[in-house]
Design a protein around this ligand. Structure first.
Ligand code: F6R
Length: 600
């Protein structure tokens, strides 16, 4: 149950478990709609027997409402076979029609149940659960991780994966399968990466992996560099609170060990020839949601430092608009989970067009780094709260490292200039800590605004993606209408939204710097105040010019402009978290969302 709890962030529409007992009797199963706690309460009253193997699942509904019946596992073969599934079986309607024609009766509305009945049939024919899985996997289209147990083979769990995550945990006299390592981290940190289109069989003392046709495969072994305590709340009232407090460490760890003895920058896993990187004439960042906003920040930094054009593209739009990419394009895929299907598909499309792909990812063993040509890992540690916070800061940090690496490689900056920026970057964790330590007034403001109906966010330059991220956090956590705008765009339309008392956050850029837009943002504040807005201003310490114009002013430590998002976004994360908490909402598991969106 600990494993399911740690995976609950991936989906919390329902949960279920099935247990195989050594006596070969029918499987014991329990499943309940709603959060895992419903299943836990049920099992506390009616415990399942101890068994030799078990499978468990938390669901983010795709096919069929989040009911008890549609919860996984799904049974077949008169209750002797159970299946759990992540992903979508795209050809399920055809397969279901075929099964119905042979008299199979379905108990749920899910696509998953098709796989259960197909497996049952294949098992009757082969008497071998792994072979049955291979036969079925070859017939399925779409994305799936499937796990199955059968009462006739009580010490075996078989899994298959295509386009959906699955990792193996190697224990002592026990082995595990999980969507990510947090499922088994309390038992082992040794793990195996599974590749695309592979079938795995685990018993208590063995692991065997094949492709979908039975060919043997040797999976790559890795060790997880964090332990179970990193995936616990550690005394905080929510994972999100804890993860915001983890931010200084997430940034510091992402910066750690990036220079070689000669002072040059190093990436983790670079399978791209340096000559190819030197010849890159365009960078396209592909990512979704918060990760895409990290990409927006990267655009400002990389274009400035490297003089390479950078485009930022939502991954789900990328391959459908026939983008211009070729062997001179570097595609940078940013993903906390490494399993976002939209981003995976963008990566594949980019590689098909001949582009090199560099992944910025927080999850070892996940699909995106495995399918990329180079990887820069963020070391944010496990992010359990569904809304991304510390991973965002780590992603931004990683893009700075990438920018500096390219500047070094292409000779856009002198080594001492790079060293200077790195020194400034190394000072960021303390500055972020200071923002967290002084967040009392932000929290107070958030509590006082628990009944707000709409909040706007304005930013300019790197403050623009920060405004977008502030709005996203508030929408997803507090279910309040929130919009982020480029401050300069206001007068082109959105200013019509400003009315008496409309709360507006404004991220004020640094007043230093040659091309400062500081004064223009101050003018924007005056324009909205003149129309009745309540202004909540985030500005750099010492910026006395803003004070007269903010109903509330929150100061963050002074930083070089390009690095400012690492501090200016933190009050907005805290604001959203505190406001949602004050509304009595679950900030770790906002409604309708899932941590890894493994469907397109
Ligand atoms: C928002 C959030 C999402 C993710 C997005 C991409 O708080 O967490 O917008 O950023 O779904 O996820 P990854 O980074 O796992 O690809």
């Amino acid at each position: 149950m600990g494993g399911l709890r740690r995976l609950e962030y991936r989906g919390y529409d329902s949960a279920g478990v099935a247990v195989v007992t050594a006596d070969g009797g029918p499987l014991a199963m329990a499943k309940k709609a709603g959060k895992l706690v419903n299943l836990e309460d049920y099992l506390a009253a009616q415990p399942l027997p101890l068994g030799t193997a078990a499978i468990g699942h938390t669901r983010w509904a795709t096919h069929g409402a989040p009911t008890d019946l549609n919860a996984h596992p799904h049974l077949a073969d008169r209750g002797r076979l159970a299946v759990i599934h992540n992903g979508i079986i795209e050809n399920f309607a055809v397969l279901k029609a075929e099964l119905l024609a042979t008299g199979v009766v379905f108990a749920s509305e899910t696509d998953t149940e098709v796989a259960a009945h197909l497996l049952a049939k294949a098992f009757v024919e082969t008497r071998d659960l792994a072979e049955a899985m291979r036969i079925v996997a070859r017939r399925l289209e779409g994305a799936f991780t499937l796990l199955a147990v059968h009462a006739n083979v009580p010490d075996v769990v078989v899994g298959a994966r295509r386009n959906s995550p699955l990792v193996v945990g190697l224990g002592d006299g026990e082995n595990f399968l999980g969507s990510d390592v947090s499922a088994f981290i309390e038992h082992t940190r040794d793990a195996l990466e599974l590749g695309q289109d592979q079938v795995v069989t685990i018993t208590s003392d063995g692991v065997a992996v094949t492709d979908f046709y039975g060919g043997a495969v040797t999976p790559r072994r890795f060790t997880v560099d964090w332990d179970a305590t990193a995936a616990e709340k550690g005394g905080f009232r929510s994972f999100m609170d804890k993860e915001i407090h983890d931010e200084p460490k997430a940034v510091a760890d992402t910066l750690l060990g990036r220079t070689d003895p000669a002072g040059g920058l190093i990436l983790d896993d670079l399978r791209i020839n340096e000559a190819v990187l030197r010849a890159v004439d365009k960078i396209v960042v592909v990512a979704c949601g918060t990760a895409a906003y990290a990409g927006h920040v990267a655009k400002y930094a990389i274009e400035h430092w490297c003089r390479i054009p950078v485009e930022v593209e939502l991954a789900h739009e990328f391959r459908y608009r026939d983008p211009v990419v070729n062997e001179k394009t570097l595609v940078v895929a940013i993903s906390q989970s490494g399993e976002t299907m939209d981003t995976i598909m963008a990566v594949r499309h980019a590689r098909e067009q001949g582009a090199k792909v560099l992944a910025i990812c927080n999850t070892y063993g996940s699909t995106i780094p495995r399918e990329s040509d180079a990887v820069l890992y963020t070391h944010a540690g496990p992010e359990i709260a569904v809304a991304s916070t510390k991973a965002f800061l780590a992603q931004i940090t990683a893009t700075y490292l990438l920018g500096l690496y390219l500047a070094q490689l292409r000779g856009n900056k002198f080594p001492d200039e790079i060293r200077e920026i790195l020194t400034q970057l190394h000072a960021m964790p303390d500055k972020i800590q200071s923002v967290i330590d002084h967040a009392g007034p932000v929290r107070e403001l958030a509590r006082s605004m628990r009944d707000a109906e709409s909040v706007l966010f304005l930013g300019r330059h790197v403050g623009f993606p920060v405004a977008l991220e502030g709005a996203l956090k508030l929408k997803e956590l507090a279910y309040i209408h929130a919009e982020g705008f480029a401050a300069g765009e206001l007068k082109h339309g959105p200013i019509a939204l400003i009315d008496e008392g409309q709360p507006v956050f404004v991220i004020v850029p640094s007043s230093s710097g040659r091309d400062s837009v500081h004064d223009k943002v101050i003018s924007n504040i005056q324009e909205i105040r003149a129309r009745g807005a309540r202004t909540m201003v985030i500005a750099e310490e010492g910026d006395t010019a803003v004070e007269p114009f903010g109903d509330d002013v929150f100061f963050v430590p002074a930083t070089p402009t390009l690095l400012a998002p690492l501090v200016s976004v933190v009050p907005l994360q805290i604001f959203a978290c505190e406001l949602a908490t004050a509304r009595g909402l679950d900030v770790d598991q906002p409604r309708n969302l899932a941590k890894s969106v493994t469907v397109e």
